[in-house]
Design a binder for this molecule. Structure first.
Ligand SMILES: Cc1cc2nc3c(=O)[nH]c(=O)nc-3n(C[C@H](O)[C@H](O)[C@H](O)COP(=O)(O)OP(=O)(O)OC[C@H]3O[C@@H](n4cnc5c(N)ncnc54)[C@H](O)[C@@H]3O)c2cc1C
Length: 369
């Protein structure tokens, strides 16, 4: 395991403590905790030092996401959104925008990233949100769905159509015309502040458009999603680790038919499957992080592979853990129950299982003449 970011990891452990079950039940994270982590640069740890960040490697940031995910997937989701916003600014913002917005995101502000729309889920090319030029301003109209962290966000990175191309605009959540409506009763990651966002005639200075806009829509969302996939993949490693730990310690302690559950071979098989899940998902994420840190040509494919493999293992591991704990894990807020609900959602976001499989199939076809 990477040793970087040890003090940041300790701070997360200290601030989170035993509260995740309570947060899950209350469907809310404490905003002062989120702001504290933002101020320390922890929510987007890969931001370069020149912009106030911790300049973490993808591997170190990944292990931090895994640790956070092992404690609380809602908090890890906020970390993913903040990191994805920072990465989008880093890649598409001009120097002044990078200086301004990255300083905000490492100094207490919170951000969300909005791609999805009612008619544009898996198929983001169907996006309808418009960012229109109007003199020194832009006017934004559209509707975004299921935006992680939007409920807590000061800034929302909104992707939309812009002239013949596309753009990402930095939208302060308190701008007139922005309406944030929390998703009621999400199935999992219940405290992650998922919200629908309406943008009606939102007027902002043209300087909010990253890099002046006009990028290809697919380039914008693939870039942002690649970071999101890395972060979700590592977060899933955390879910698997929490499951392995909960199942193994329960199976050691709980006795049935005169011996610990772990000594019943069918339960032992569950434990072996959890260990395999932990090892394989960690290795595939480490490979993706090495590709990311070396800007390898395999980076995009490796991120999709890591997310797909880890999300699948997380969903299966969570189901296995509920099985091993049985009634002991079957209460709302319990680590096994939370993992079961949270992990399933990881097979939907940042490219569903099916979309990841299509991307991987394309890669397979590209490798043969
Ligand atoms: C917990 C959570 C957090 C989210 N956070 C964000 C966020 O922060 N920002 C944001 O912009 N969005 C976010 N979303 C939205 C998310 O990106 C979409 O839900 C996702 O892209 C899938 O879109 P959809 O729900 O419209 O499903 P659909 O696109 O309608 O897909 C339904 C099913 O059909 C399958 N399918 C669709 N097209 C194909 C195809 N071509 N081939 C094969 N199968 C296909 C899908 O895999 C899926 O199984 C979040 C969603 C959830 C649930």
């Amino acid at each position: 395991m990477a040793e970087g970011l040890a003090s940041e990891r300790a701070l997360i452990g200290e601030l989170v403590g035993d509260q995740p079950a309570e947060w899950d039940l209350a469907r809310e994270l404490p905003v002062d905790l989120l702001r504290k982590l933002s101020t320390k640069g922890i929510l987007c740890a890969e931001v370069p030092a020149a912009f106030g960040g911790l300049a973490a490697s993808s591997q170190d940031n990944g292990e931090l996401a895994a640790y956070t995910g092992s404690l609380c997937s809602s908090l890890r989701s906020i970390m993913t959104s903040q990191g994805m916003a920072a990465w989008t600014i880093q890649r598409f913002g001009d120097r002044e925008q990078r200086r301004r917005y990255l300083a905000d995101l490492t100094n207490g502000q919170l951000a969300a990233v909005a791609f999805s729309e009612p008619e544009a889920g898996s198929d983001l090319s169907a996006m309808r949100t418009r960012i229109q030029s109007s003199g020194d301003s832009v006017i934004i109209d559209g509707q975004k769905m299921w935006i992680t962290g939007a409920r807590y966000a000061d800034l929302i990175v909104v992707l939309g159509r812009y002239g013949d191309g596309a753009a990402a605009a930095m939208v302060p959540a308190d701008t007139p015309g922005v309406r944030v409506e929390p998703v009621t009763d999400p199935m999992g990651c219940r405290a992650a502040g998922h919200s629908h966002v309406r943008l009606d005639g939102v007027r902002l200075p043209a300087s909010c458009v990253l890099g002046g806009g006009g990028q290809a829509l697919s380039l914008l969302f693939t870039t942002a999603l690649s970071y999101g996939r890395m972060s979700v993949a590592w977060g899933c490693v955390g879910i698997v680790r929490a499951c392995l730990s909960a199942a193994a310690s329960h199976a050691k302690r709980r006795e049935q038919s005169g011996k610990p559950l772990a000594q019943h071979q069918l339960v032992a098989r569950h434990l072996s499957e959890l260990l395999i899940a932990e090892q394989v998902s960690t290795r595939v994420c480490e490979y993706a992080s090495r590709c990311w840190d070396s800007a390898s040509a395999d980076m995009v494919m490796a991120a999709v592979l890591a997310k797909h493999v880890s999300a699948g293992y997380a969903a299966r591991s969570a189901a296995t853990t509920v099985q091993v704990l049985a009634s002991a894990g079957a209460t709302d807020g319990h680590v096994a129950a939370r993992a079961y609900r949270d992990a399933k959602l990881m097979e939907i976001i940042e490219g569903s299982n099916e979309i990841c499989q299509l991307v991987l199939a394309e890669h397979a076809l590209a490798t043969v003449p």
